[in-house]
Design a protein around this ligand. Structure first.
Ligand code: ASP
Ligand code: MG
Length: 441
């Protein structure tokens, strides 16, 4: 069985909902994971923030506006019928609960409940739309089987057992629909897999049912060899290994939630990225096959802070890095890049919640310099560190200053740290040096 996931834009308009229907109805049984309709989760985050700040009237205004959007979606998708009434009533209950939430005491749990409504809406509407079209579709409520543990990792055993049980208990269907993104935490409270988490839901389910393939359907024809928002003429990459895809997803390729590849890789399940509006395109296939083609893709991740830690005591001393790392560990702050010299170490983080406390502790034994607004540019490809053409990327050194370079940490990744204001130029020039013959002026 396959698992297919459709993102917000794929279910974001009547036209696209019809396209998705054509894609999934092919006579094969499948599980379909849906995101919220595009714009909905952002709107819900906004509503939750209004609640947090006690702007009750404003929150209610947003809620009513969103409800009106859904009313028109329902009227366009459903004929005047009992089903239309049933769906309208369900949607009305969700919006009336949201209205009630505006007078509740704000908490993280309330926030999580509010942002979960988007996926509940999209899956309910879509399942009933399929039923109206005469398709044997059933809803599998994600909150009955998706759970994360105390470390925020998927509770795979629980998920597998419960998903199997629910599928057995539900009437046989051709298409099972479920919500992406939302889940329960280890205490049974509603939570989620972080923004963009529906991709992750799809591979977690894929691993749980040992799916033949997981397909992620979105609004681009696969993972591109550079960031299409900033660089022209980027191309979809036809094949990536799990490792390459994971590096790219982590370092900024926005098409995939960073953790998506992990469950698929563990169970060796191929992941295919496809374009809902252009289903004839091949897309990107991610699996365990490795091809030695040099640099395959470039991606950038913003919001990076670089920290330089200098100490004369580092000279010829051991145990210095241990001391540094212990501080980051204490504040649960992951380090992305790291470079060292004999008297200093530079590293980068993207979580800055405890930056002040970290600096205070580092300053007890070193001088600290902090550079904000940095971007990591990451180049990925199997064994690129050993590829004869890789050196071309270093032409970029003549164009502007590079704050850090990480080379050889893994064979498949080279990372450069630049000031974010130079990012677009860096992406364009690297594209020219690495993928094109002539340099863009
Ligand atoms: N709806 C959620 C979000 O906007 C999850 C997802 O789309 O994957 O982040
Ligand atoms: Mg997404």
């Amino acid at each position: 069985m396959k698992v297919l996931k459709f993102g917000g834009t794929s279910v974001g308009s009547i036209e696209n909902i019809r396209k998705v229907t054509n894609i999934i109805v092919d006579g094969e049984k499948k599980i379909v994971v849906l995101s919220a309709m595009s714009g909905t989760t952002n709107a819900l985050v906004n509503i939750a923030e209004k609640c947090e700040n006690n702007f009750q009237t404003e929150a209610q205004r947003y809620i009513n506006k969103l409800h009106n959007n859904y009313k028109s979606v329902i009227d366009e998708l459903f004929e005047k019928s009992e089903l239309n009434q049933k769906v309208s009533n369900y949607v009305a209950t969700i919006f009336s609960d949201l209205n009630k939430a505006t007078s509740e005491v704000y908490s993280e749990l309330l926030y999580n409940k509010i942002v979960a409504q988007g996926e509940l809406l999209s899956t309910y509407i879509f399942t009933n739309y399929l039923v109206q079209q005469g398709i044997n579709a059933h809803l599998l409520p994600a909150l009955d089987f998706m759970r994360i543990d105390k470390l925020n990792e998927p509770d795979n055993f629980y998920i597998q057992q419960n998903l199997q049980r629910i599928v057995k208990e539900t009437l046989p269907a051709d298409i099972y629909i479920t919500q992406g993104f939302i889940c329960l935490d280890a205490y049974g409270n509603i939570t989620n897999l972080q923004r963009g988490g529906s991709d992750y839901t799809a591979t977690i389910i894929g691993a749980a049912i040992k799916a033949d393939e997981v397909e992620i359907w979105t609004d681009i024809d696969g993972m591109h060899n550079n960031d299409p928002r900033f660089v022209e003429n980027t191309k979809a990459i036809s094949n990536l290994s799990y490792e390459e895809a994971a590096e790219l997803a982590y370092f900024g390729a926005r098409i995939l939630h960073p953790q998506t590849v992990m469950p698929a890789r563990q169970e060796n399940i191929p992941v295919r990225l496809k374009h809902t509006m252009r289903p004839e395109r091949l897309g990107t296939l991610i699996n365990n096959k490795v091809t030695d083609n040099g640099i395959k893709a470039i991606a950038a991740k913003d919001g990076i802070t670089a920290i330089k830690i200098k100490s004369a005591r580092m000279l010829l001393a051991y145990g210095f890095l241990k001391k540094v790392f212990e501080i980051f560990e204490k504040y649960e702050t992951p380090i992305d890049m790291i470079t060292t010299s004999e008297i200093a170490v530079s590293l980068t983080i993207d979580k800055v919640a405890f930056l002040d406390a970290i600096i205070e502790e580092l300053e007890k034994f070193s001088t600290v310099e902090v550079d904000q607004n940095q971007s990591i540019i990451c180049l990925v490809g199997h064994s690129i560190v050993n590829h004869p053409k890789t050196h071309k990327l270093f032409n970029v050194l003549q164009d502007f200053s590079i704050r850090m370079i990480s080379y050889g940490g893994s064979d498949n990744n080279i990372s450069l740290l630049v000031n974010t204001k130079d990012k677009i130029k860096a992406l364009k020039n690297l594209n020219a040096y690495v993928f094109e013959k002539s340099l863009i002026a």
